[in-house]
Write a protein that binds this ligand. Structure first.
Ligand code: PMP
Length: 279
């Protein structure tokens, strides 16, 4: 990561975190990850809207307007000379004497942000391995909360079995990946879990749905089973950092050698959308 950190309107290389910072102590906060390409933030408005929704759901005051948010994050990208990579942003309920219930309304929330640079920008990934696992997370996965233990344990299990992602299910119904949304294609129709309390409504997910519809494909936002996933023509996952990644191996079984035709088409369409946004 780059050394300069944004903390509530100031930039520092050595931020101090109080032991009673509620993000640190209770995971009492939310986060966002915004991609940086050619020194520019991508889809900032979408990420800000989701940050606002997450804060509203937890009754956390973030103190930004869209304009002040955009200005602060652009300043961070510039000051850290981040060309390609991401900005990590977290907003917490701030620091107060330890007590689960909210502190007094005068307690100021805290926003921390930093950038991470990648040697090259995310490209259209050609392969991906996933395993299926039980979804043990809470029932408000629509909030981008700092509490990520369910995702941490799932990703670790994927990693230990040589996979890139864990595709989660509740009683056989596929919800999403540990840090991605999951799509399957059957007969040219795109399927994904509806955006309710069981998944995070990914920004990439929303663009993929829009692009598929624009290309004339039917999109079905309905729950589907693991069997449906296993027998699909194409499977892919989406996120800000991985964009559209085909799943070519599922539970150690090879599904295909190359990304499917709709997967490739959507990868190209998303790339075009990103380049357009930079113009
Ligand atoms: N689902 C979960 C659980 C995630 O953590 C993420 C990425 N943070 C996503 C989906 C993908 O969201 P986005 O496309 O906005 O990065």
């Amino acid at each position: 990561r780059n050394s300069l950190i944004y903390v509530n309107g100031t930039f520092t290389e050595q931020p101090t975190i109080d032991v009673e910072e509620r993000g640190f102590q209770f995971g009492d906060g939310i986060y966002e990850v915004v991609a940086v390409k050619a020194g520019r933030l991508l889809f900032t408005r979408d990420h800000f809207n989701r940050l606002e929704n997450s804060c509203a759901a937890l009754r956390i005051q973030h103190g930004f307007t869209y304009q002040t948010f955009e200005k602060a994050m652009n300043e961070l990208v510039e000051k850290t000379h981040c060309e390609n990579g991401m900005v990590y942003i977290q907003v917490t309920r701030g620091t107060a004497s330890r007590n689960h219930a909210f502190p007094s309304p005068t307690t100021v929330g805290c926003c921390y942000a930093y950038t991470m640079s990648n040697a090259s920008s995310a490209h259209a990934l050609q392969e991906g391995k996933a395993i299926t696992l039980a979804d043990i997370r809470w029932l408000r996965c629509d909030i981008k909360s700092l509490n990520l233990l369910g995702s941490v344990l799932a990703k670790q299990e994927a990693s230990e079995s040589g996979a890139d992602e864990a595709i989660l299910h509740r009683e056989g119904i596929v919800t999403e990946g540990s840090s991605t949304n999951v799509f399957v294609v059957n007969d040219g129709i795109l399927y994904t879990h509806p955006a309710n309390h069981l998944i995070l409504n990914g920004i990439t997910r929303q663009y993929v749905i829009k692009l598929a519809k624009e290309a004339g494909h039917q999109v079905v936002e309905e729950p589907f089973s693991i069997q449906f996933l296993e027998q699909a023509d194409e499977v892919f996952i989406t996120s800000t950092t991985q964009r559209i990644r085909p799943i070519t191996t599922l539970n150690a079984k090879k599904l295909t050698d190359a990304p499917g035709s709709l997967t490739s088409k959507l990868q190209q369409a998303l790339q075009a959308t990103i380049l357009n946004e930079l113009n």
